[in-house]
Design a protein around this ligand. Structure first.
Ligand SMILES: C[S@@+](CC[C@H](N)C(=O)[O-])C[C@H]1O[C@@H](n2cnc3c(N)ncnc32)[C@H](O)[C@@H]1O
Length: 250
């Protein structure tokens, strides 16, 4: 996985910078999950609190919200993304954020280190996050739902979480949170639609995300054409997405 993100960082100079240039529109019948996650995080934020950004990538999000916290520690396993984050930190002159190479499954931080921990589409090692939070501290996550891009994965015959689309991530995670000792404050799955302007735009998108870590524009061309023919709509090529959003308390 770290190799994939290192490759993306080298190619696009960061994590989402390549995919940001992709032309697509979104429709959110139940609200936009990224916005809901951020709203919930900022409702808890306070300039006296210290937060942990798990799987911080190139640090873009940590910089965006750094004013709301006393300090944010970003951790990630991709050296390349961390080095982009460090150079952005210098350029932006942000003093209250730092970045560290750490595997989120077993970090070097002492117990009860953080007021808040959050994760945007990164790893989910909830037992470790429980250990790291102070009593009363909250963990927030926006994660990828089991039904994200299912039809695309079916056409390709592979992909992230291939074949697990009938196992509810929401139910599994809620059980795990409870078993570990977290109190669930909010947990919801959001289904929504993206419409890509063309096959070329969907291709560009797939190059920058880990849906198929081995995606190859040339070798996967037939699959992409098959998918685009099947899911062409007047609004563009439909890609059904799914996210889960959690807020739990220690
Ligand atoms: C989808 S990217 C999201 C990056 C960033 N949170 C954002 O919102 O732009 C997932 C990130 O999780 C990191 N990651 C994956 N497994 C990890 C692990 N075990 N420990 C720490 N970071 C990890 C990846 O290197 C990558 O930067």
């Amino acid at each position: 996985m770290a190799d994939f993100y290192d490759k993306v960082a080298k190619k696009f100079g960061g994590y989402a910078y390549g995919t940001n240039k992709v032309k697509y529109t979104s429709e959110y019948p139940d609200g936009a999950p990224e916005e809901i996650f951020k709203e919930k995080l900022l409702e808890l934020a306070n300039p006296s609190l210290v937060a942990l950004d798990i799987g911080c990538g190139d640090g873009k999000f940590a910089f965006e919200i750094s004013n709301y916290f006393s300090f944010i520690h970003g951790i990630d396993t991709s050296r390349e993304l961390l080095s982009v984050a460090e150079s952005k930190k210098k350029t932006l002159g942000v003093a209250n954020v730092d970045f560290k190479l750490e595997d989120a499954s077993k970090t070097s931080f002492p117990d009860n280190s953080f007021d808040i921990a959050y994760c945007r589409r990164g790893p989910s090692f909830y037992k470790e996050y429980y250990r790291l939070l102070k009593k009363g501290g909250c963990y927030l996550e926006i994660g990828i739902g089991e039904r994200d891009c299912v039809d695309l994965k079916k056409v390709f015959g592979r992909g992230q979480g291939y074949g697990t689309w009938n196992e509810s991530r929401l139910d599994k995670d809620k059980n795990e949170f409870t078993r570990i000792g977290f109190k669930i404050i909010f947990a919801k799955a959001f289904s929504y639609s993206e419409f890509y302007d063309s096959l070329g735009e969907l291709d560009k998108f797939l190059q920058g995300v880990p849906i198929f870590e081995d995606f190859d524009s040339d070798q996967d061309r037939d699959y992409l054409e098959t998918y685009c023919k099947k899911f062409e709509t007047p609004k563009g090529v439909l890609l059904p997405r799914q996210r889960v959003v959690y807020m739990v308390q220690k």
